[in-house]
Design a protein around this ligand. Sequence first.
Ligand code: NAG
Ligand code: NAG
Ligand code: NAG
Ligand code: NAG
Ligand code: NAG
Length: 320
Amino acid sequence: MKGILASAALCGAVSASLYGESNLNHSCVLQDPIWSCSANAQPDLVDTCCSETFGGMFLATQFWSTYTGLESEGQLLPANSWTLHGLWPDFCNGSYTQYCDFDRQYDPAPSPNTTTGDASGTPVPPYKGPSIDTFLHPFGKFDLLSWMSKYWINQNAPSKNLWAHEFSKHATCYSTFDTPCYGPKAAPHSDVVEFFETAVAYFRRHPTYDWLAEAGITPSNKTSYTLDELQWPLTKASGAVPYLGCTGPRFNETKAGKGSLDGGYTVLDEVYYYFHAKGRPQDMNVRPVDADAVGSDTTCAHSKGAIWYYERAKGSEAEV
Ligand SMILES: *[C@@H]1O[C@H](CO)[C@@H](O)[C@H](O)[C@H]1NC(C)=O
Ligand SMILES: *[C@@H]1O[C@H](CO)[C@@H](O)[C@H](O)[C@H]1NC(C)=O
Ligand SMILES: *[C@@H]1O[C@H](CO)[C@@H](O)[C@H](O)[C@H]1NC(C)=O
Ligand SMILES: *[C@@H]1O[C@H](CO)[C@@H](O)[C@H](O)[C@H]1NC(C)=O
Ligand SMILES: *[C@@H]1O[C@H](CO)[C@@H](O)[C@H](O)[C@H]1NC(C)=O
């Protein structure tokens, strides 16, 4: 994982809102939107529901994986597409907090299990109520749920657990998705619906599979790729250098990399696109930010032909 964990004290770990703001007066049309991470993006200068003041740098994160582990239950990966991981609010310096509001803790298996990731943090209570997908039912958002079931896919656990995890760990740390922002008459879980819709919208705006395929880069178990070949088409299309994450063996520990000093990993599995937003991230007025400029350097190997962008396992992919 990238980033340095910020002090949990900043994060209202058990309170109902980040700043204790009123649930009235959040008509964002009445304010000029402010760029997140700019000098004026301060909680005492703007309506924190209308401009992001807590996590000012966002990451639209996606996975490339080759199996789900729950194929037998019909949990498959979408053909010709990466999958949605989340939409994370980092601080402007790249560090972050997590599980910022225990009143909105819907994650059945909190990970990490404390707010700091170690014994110094507050334990995050596992959620035992109705699963988060049911929150969408009163809104009639069955098309959204059906899309999420195809493109927002978990590994070795049901996808709805990932949705709950992403909401409770990350969405609760935005000022702009905070509960009071929705006003006194909001239907319960309006924030959940809006967060899911926003995460989906950013994902759809970043079609990683297509961007790579247009550059002639498709999953292959025969041909490996070089970091630049993967990074360049995504940079050109998204407007900034994304973070690429790799897993698997280190290059210097593979046959091809024996004797090399390149200790980067060799199996491509993640991409993060970074932004600042003007006003609410929901409104998608963003400017892309270079991942390497904010200290998020790739974990992938740099050597020629060191990276594998593997084909999905047989039976793990659905036609969509
Ligand atoms: C709403 O805004 C008005 C005008 O700025 C202010 O007087 C009032 O106290 C605010 N109400 C709440 C509940 O914050
Ligand atoms: C990053 O920013 C956050 C929020 O402003 C702050 O709490 C934290 O200490 C900063 N971390 C570093 C390493 O500067
Ligand atoms: C969190 O997980 C660690 C490692 O599995 C375990 O040792 C610790 O007791 C857990 N803490 C809580 C609060 O559940
Ligand atoms: C490979 O690189 C890593 C990180 O640079 C290093 O810790 C490890 O010892 C290296 N392994 C070999 C076999 O050289
Ligand atoms: C491609 O390779 C990956 C990694 O070894 C493997 O999991 C997958 O099943 C392979 N796919 C095909 C179609 O052979």
